[in-house]
Design a protein around this ligand. Structure first.
Ligand SMILES: [Zn+2]
Length: 579
């Protein structure tokens, strides 16, 4: 066995997976060795070579799936540990090792997928697990070639360099030592002077690191373009869509959706921003004013971290569906790393350890209302993953990312009735801001997507030309934005703080598409909460067994690509804000 568990006691769950009873802290896996993995693959191929009965082939595919789960367990663990402490030399080395091994394992995996999409296996797979997995594998096959193995390793190196650089940012602000996520809490401070100071400090750091960020991104763009060319694509856009496993919509659908955002949402946001400025009694709203929505100050959670966790227990209990049991198990097994600290990577995500049988939540709480949004968001991902962990194929454990974001953003809205637990009498104010900031996010998220299309369509552009592209996006999608004397941002480099642009290309419109679906949960829960919750739980249980549009449809939601859906939801939200 090339992977083994140390210092752990095991029990078996209903699918025969080993469930570790110890905490995340003590969980330990040895790196897989290439030789053993390759010989496992040889064994699987020889099983498939045999003129066996269908059941034997299905069993061979099952043992391949188990192997994939083992590898992914180690890779996810390595990734989480590195994000927890980017300065730790041991974690850095493990991450490097994982990044170097990944293309080799991918090659082996794609080799099996190439066989399985052909007759006679194809028909057996479709009959046993449905046709969707074949479409997913076709995307995986179309997005890998042994010729790009070295480029993939180089890409990981640059992505890691970005993560480490941002995690190294340290600020002294009014006598306090802060990380980048911690500095964010001052971006919504009631005192305008403090907001401006925090924005200036952030801007100065990004300005002094702009040459390095430009260098890293330039390498990433060139690498991605070179991989696309080696695989016969004109540029990285089509390859990027395959990597996102988009099987039921394409570049044209996304371009049409962006046009709807420009036509319907941008004018509405211009109005909303004008109203926000009026509320805040500002003649001219600057970029550093935008995060503040309420003249009394954005509501803050009413207690410390310990208190917040206690409230969360109450929230998940009253939401039902088993959320409380999952949360309790995650707490006991320390599957949550929520607070910001020096050296910890930025952002938030939910990962899973399939053999351990639990999801893991990574976040950077900073004491603002955002913590509650991040909490419900990541717990939505965790819950869906937990519901789907026993799917017969690992391809169905997570859906594609725009569907994943419906689980997370859906729970953000469905947990509104519980917000009193965190905000007391200010819960309504929190909900109103949540809605307002969600609407304001639509043009921003769309700008990020449009920007990436421009970047990868013109891979030879210089860093300065890319800054001009972002500036153009701001003029189209965020025309109210004023950077004042923040020269780095005024010069078109605000996007350099957006993690996804560096490490998850094209993963951004997914949030916007998902938000249009999550808003439908918000709307239907107002009319019939019980049905909305049932539909939400049922959607989580389906995991990734169908493509995005089919999943959305089965949950009683309309596709965000359908004409009028975006417009309808945004206007409902607008009407609600006026009440
Ligand atoms: Zn998410």
């Amino acid at each position: 066995m090339w992977i083994f568990l140390r210092n752990v006691s095991l029990r078996e769950n209903e699918k025969g997976m080993a469930l570790n009873q110890d905490t995340f802290e003590s969980y330990c896996l040895d790196a897989p060795d290439t030789e053993s993995v390759s010989s496992e693959y040889l064994r699987i191929h020889s099983e498939l070579d045999k003129k066996s009965a269908e059941a034997d082939w299905i069993a061979a595919i099952g043992s391949w799936d188990s192997l994939r789960r083992k590898i992914s367990e180690w890779m996810n663990l390595t990734d989480i540990r590195f994000h927890q402490d980017t300065h730790n030399a041991q974690y850095q080395a493990a991450k490097r090792n994982s990044d170097e091994l990944k293309p080799t394992f991918l090659d082996l995996e794609v080799g099996v997928k190439c066989r399985l999409i052909k007759t006679p296996y194809r028909e057996i797979v479709a009959k046993e697990w449905g046709p969707h997995v074949l479409n997913l594998w076709e995307c995986d096959i179309a997005s890998f070639d042994p010729a790009i193995k070295e480029d993939l390793v180089k890409q990981s190196e640059q992505e890691t360099a970005f993560t480490e650089l941002l995690a190294s940012a340290q600020f002294t602000f009014r006598g306090e030592q802060l990380t980048l996520p911690q500095l964010r809490k001052y971006s919504e401070h009631l005192d305008r002077k403090i907001r401006y100071e925090a924005a200036t400090l952030r801007s100065t750091w990004f300005k002094s690191n702009a040459p390095e960020l430009d260098r890293i991104f330039d390498k990433l763009v060139r690498l991605r373009h070179s991989m696309a060319r080696k695989m016969g694509y004109e540029n990285f856009v089509a390859l990027g869509y395959r990597l996102m496993q988009r099987t039921d919509y394409d570049e044209n659908n996304v371009a049409e959706f962006r046009a709807q955002v420009r036509d319907e949402v941008v004018p509405l946001c211009i109005d909303l921003k004008r109203e926000q400025a009026k509320q805040l009694n500002l003649e001219s709203m600057m970029a550093w004013d935008e995060p503040l929505y309420d003249p009394r100050g954005n509501p803050l959670p009413k207690g410390d971290h310990h208190w917040l966790m206690e409230q969360a227990r109450g929230m998940f209990k009253s939401l039902g569906g088993g959320l409380d049991k999952l949360f309790s198990e995650m707490e006991q097994r320390e599957m949550l790393d929520l607070t910001s600290r020096p050296g910890k990577a930025g952002g938030g995500f939910c990962s899973d350890l399939p053999k351990l049988g639990l999801p893991f939540i990574f976040a950077n709480f900073n004491g603002t209302k955002d913590d509650i949004e991040v909490f419900t968001h990541e717990m939505g991902h965790a819950f869906q993953n937990y519901c789907s962990r026993l799917k017969p194929l690992s391809d169905y454990v997570w859906p594609t990312s725009e569907a994943c974001e419906v689980h997370s953003m859906g729970l953000e809205f469905l947990s509104w009735p519980q917000m009193g637990l965190f905000f007391g009498a200010e819960a309504d104010r929190f909900c109103k801001i949540h809605l307002l900031s969600s609407i304001a996010f639509i043009p921003y998220g769309t700008a990020v997507d449009h920007f990436q299309h421009l970047v990868y369509q013109q891979p030879q552009a210089s860093p300065g030309e890319r800054a001009a592209m972002w500036h153009e996006m701001e003029q189209i999608y965020l025309p109210w934005r004023q950077w004042g004397d923040l020269s780095n941002e005024a010069g078109g480099r605000f996007w350099q703080g957006q993690l996804h642009i560096f490490v998850s290309p094209f993963y951004y419109i997914d949030y916007v598409l998902a938000l249009v679906c999550a808003l439908q949960f918000w709307d239907s829960a107002k009319k019939d909460r019980q049905t909305a919750m049932q539909q939400y739980f049922a959607l989580c249980r389906r995991g990734g067994e169908a493509p995005f549009r089919e999943l959305v449809d089965s949950a009683g939601l309309q596709s965000p690509f359908s004409r009028g859906v975006l417009e309808g939801m945004v206007h409902k939200a607008r009407a609600c804000m006026k009440t």
